[in-house]
Design a protein around this ligand. Structure first.
Ligand code: GLC
Length: 428
């Protein structure tokens, strides 16, 4: 795992595609029969990218505090956002946009030092060679009911055509990985429709690494990736190893104008704090309109999150996961040297903030955004049994930040927490 990824904390996911023309759900709308394939593909005619300005995106992403971006270069619908020579189902050949959107995206991100991520759907529900085998090669009980976009028509599997499809994917990936400079991250999706063997893993991974040994690959690759990607629902138990939580701002990945179920800025910041408290990143999604501009509500969220991050930078970038909720009822992170504990205070405090189980003594407590120093007191504890007391930090509503308040606790050394069940004090 590359260090930059774990230190980045925030990435911006961009679901941009022809589905924004009618504001329908990305790819799934035809797959699930909500509209016909023809209706879906008619959106090609309306995809103009007329106001697409990758520099503006990059500017906004930079302001959001994100250190990487991930663009849907091809979703399950198979429509490539770049000038691929392996299929004419791409926005240069088939839409009024007539531009290589990936190229402009890659250049704009690189100019600003934003790490370059590319989402690539392994699934391609438009490619004639894709629906040629069943998942794991196993014929379903009722082949007639299998979805024709992913399963062989008439139930007859064709290994040779499936191989051809894999070659097609390999060729497109080679274009992405060699024509646009260094790709820092590959974000696969849709691995679930075929087995590891059918995706030709682990050879496929070796192939990708041969083009860039440093590329980070998400784990939607039948377990052969570098990090986990929980989606939409926050993990309660910390996922093992590096991870990234991807989430929408409203409830759609792409631009759906009828979807007004927006999360508030405060909710987004809290979700972000939850992720970094458990050592993860957040990949926050935006869904641009077909012309490449953004719904102002999405823009506002990115700007607001960026403001909050900038004010609290040292509690965010380069930190590691914090302490368990049993010690502190909120989120937290630790500085790399583990000598500073940052507590996220989500609510207005009732006279004080409570922290349990801390064995260190505290040198200083400050409210990060204002620099104000706070007093604290320790009650209880049995130092001669190494059982710490409870730390009460005196804080009032006036000390809080509009969104999430961060308290910086400078400790006398590397943090040490008590994990026992207490004891009878036999020596006083
Ligand atoms: C799901 C969906 C897809 C979306 C992705 C983002 O796997 O298939 O539509 O792009 O999640 O995480």
């Amino acid at each position: 795992m590359q260090k930059w990824f774990e230190e980045a904390k925030l990435g911006i996911f961009i679901h941009y595609g022809i589905y924004a023309v009618n504001g329908v759900s990305e790819s799934w709308s035809f797959y699930n029969g909500r509209i016909t394939y023809e209706e879906y593909m008619n959106q090609l005619q309306g995809f103009t990218a007329s106001n697409y300005d990758a520099d503006q995106w990059a500017d906004l992403i930079e302001k959001s505090g994100a250190r990487y971006a991930v663009l849907t270069t091809k979703h399950h619908d198979g429509v490539a956002l770049w000038d691929t020579k392996y299929s004419d189902l791409n926005v240069v050949a088939r839409t009024p946009a007539k531009r290589d959107l990936v190229k402009e995206y890659a250049e704009a991100m690189r100019k600003r030092g934003i790490r370059l991520g590319m989402y690539f759907s392994l699934i391609d529900w438009s490619h004639p060679d894709y629906p040629t085998v069943y998942e794991g090669g196993k014929e379903p009980e009722n082949p007639a009911q299998a979805n024709p976009y992913s399963s062989p028509a008439g139930g007859k599997q064709d290994e040779a055509r499936w191989k051809r499809f894999l070659e097609f994917n390999n060729n497109q990936l080679q274009e992405l990985m060699t024509n646009y400079g260094t790709v820092d991250l590959l974000w696969f999706d849709g691995d679930w429709e075929r087995s590891a063997e059918q995706w030709n893993l682990p050879d496929f991974k070796t192939y990708l690494l041969s083009m860039n040994p440093n590329v980070i690959i998400n784990s939607r690759l039948q377990g052969y990736g570098d990090y986990k990607t929980p989606e939409q629902g926050l993990p309660i138990t910390r996922p093992a190893g590096p991870w990234e939580f991807c989430t929408t701002i409203n409830s759609s990945w792409g631009y759906v104008p009828t979807d007004n179920k927006y999360k508030s800025l405060n909710q987004i910041i809290r979700m972000f704090c939850d992720c970094i408290s458990m050592g993860g990143n957040m990949l926050l999604d935006i869904g641009p309109k077909e012309d490449g501009t953004l719904d102002p509500r999405q823009e506002q969220i990115l700007l607001g999150l960026g403001d909050w991050i900038r004010t609290h930078e040292e509690a965010v970038y380069g930190t590691t996961e914090g302490i368990m909720n049993r010690y502190y009822l909120g989120g937290s992170t630790l500085s790399k040297d583990r000598k500073i504990l940052y507590l996220f205070v989500y609510d207005d405090p009732k006279e004080n903030i409570c922290l349990k189980g801390l064995c260190n003594s505290i040198r200083k407590i400050t409210v990060l955004h204002s620099g104000k120093e706070l007093e604290h007191e320790i009650h209880g504890g049995v130092p001669w049994f190494d059982i710490p007391g409870t730390t009460w930090i005196y804080m009032s509503k006036e000390d809080t930040h509009d969104q999430v308040t961060v308290l910086k606790l400078e400790l006398d050394g590397e943090i040490e927490m008590y994990g026992g069940s207490g004891a009878v004090v036999t020596h006083n």
